[in-house]
Design a protein around this ligand. Structure first.
Ligand code: MF3
Ligand code: CO
Length: 251
C-alpha cells in the first residue's frame, strides 16, 4: 500500500532531508586523499546529531556505521573504517536521517582528488539517470515509467544497472511501499503513483556487468567483475505541481 503524505508531513520529511543534504556536503568536503572512511563517518555522526536527527542506518539489522561509504567497485552498504582514501577514488556516500518521526535518504558519488574521464562519465550518467527519473514524476505516472527512464538512459550510455537492490517508498519508515527498481521487467506488477507518494529513487550503475555479490563482512556489496560503480539517490515527493526533491540543503 502506497501511503500519501500530507503537505505537513512532506515538510517534516524536508526537514529530515535538509540534514541529509548538509551531512552529504560535510562528507564531500572531507573526501580527500589520506582521509579514512571512518573519519568521515564520525563527522557525519556529529552533523546529524547537532541538527537533532538520528541515523536511519546505525543498528538497522545490525549495521555498524552511521552512514554507508562504498569505494570504487563497492556498490552500496560499505562499512566505514580504517580504509584510507586514494587520489582518483569514487566514494559513494549514503545518508539516512530520522527527525521528528519522519525519514529522508540520499546518496552521492564523490570524487576523491582527480578522477579519470571514465570515472567522471560513470558518475555523470548515474546522476543524469536520477534526474531523468525525477523528471517523469507527476500524479498518476506509472512506476514502470520511472524504472524505464533510468534503465533506458543508463544502458544507452554503455553502463549497466544493478538489479539486486532497489529504491523504495519512504515516510515514517526508511523502507515503505513501493519498491522502486532501476530497471523494467514485464514480470513486475505496475502501479500508479498518486499525489503525495514519496520515493527514495536510487540508481546504482556499473561500468561493467550488472551482477553483484556481498563481501564476507555481510554488508559490503561489490560488483562481481570488480568494475567500478556509482550511486545517486534523492527522496522525492510527488506533488500536484510535479516532483519536489526533499533532500536539498536549506538556503
Ligand atoms: N539507501 C539505502 C537503502 O535504502 C541505505 C540502507 S543502508 C543500511 O536501503 F545500512 F541501513 F542497510
Ligand atoms: Co535508500
Amino acid at each position: 500500500m502506497i501511503v500519501r503524505r500530507s503537505a505537513r508531513e512532506i515538510e517534516c520529511m524536508r526537514a529530515a532531508g535538509a540534514i541529509v543534504a548538509e551531512t552529504l556536503e560535510v562528507c564531500r568536503r572531507m573526501a580527500l586523499p589520506g582521509v579514512t572512511t571512518g573519519a568521515i563517518d564520525a563527522e557525519a555522526d556529529v552533523c546529524i546529531r547537532k541538527a537533532g536527527g538520528t541515523s536511519l542506518f546505525k543498528g538497522y539489522r545490525g549495521y555498524p556505521g552511521n552512514i554507508c561509504v562504498s569505494v570504487n567497485e563497492e556498490v552500496v552498504h560499505g562499512i566505514p573504517g580504517t580504509r584510507v582514501l586514494q587520489d582518483g577514488d569514487a566514494l559513494s556516500v549514503d545518508v539516512g536521517v530520522r527527525l521528528g518521526g519522519y525519514c529522508a535518504d540520499a546518496a552521492v558519488t564523490i570524487p576523491v582528488g582527480r578522477w579519470t574521464p571514465e570515472t567522471t562519465r560513470l558518475a555523470e550518467v548515474c546522476r543524469e539517470s536520477l534526474d531523468r527519473a525525477i523528471g517523469v514524476l507527476r500524479p498518476g505516472v506509472s512506476l514502470s515509467t520511472v524504472c524505464r527512464a533510468i534503465q533506458t538512459y543508463v544502458e544507452s550510455q554503455g553502463f549497466s544497472v544493478v538489479r539486486r537492490y532497489t529504491g523504495h517508498g519512504i515516510g515514517r519508515e526508511m523502507h515503505e511501499d513501493p519498491q522502486v527498481p532501476n530497471f523494467f521487467a514485464r514480470s513486475m506488477t505496475d502501479v500508479t503513483l498518486p499525489e503525495g507518494a514519496v520515493l527514495a529513487i536510487e540508481p546504482m550503475i556499473n561500468a561493467g556487468r550488472p551482477e553483484v555479490e556481498v563481501l564476507k563482512n555481510g554488508w559490503t556489496v561489490v560488483t562481481k567483475d570488480r568494475a567500478w560503480s556509482a550511486h545517486f539517490e534523492h527522496t522525492v515527493a510527488i506533488r500536484e505541481t510535479g516532483p519536489d526533491i526533499l533532500t536539498l540543503r536549506r538556503t
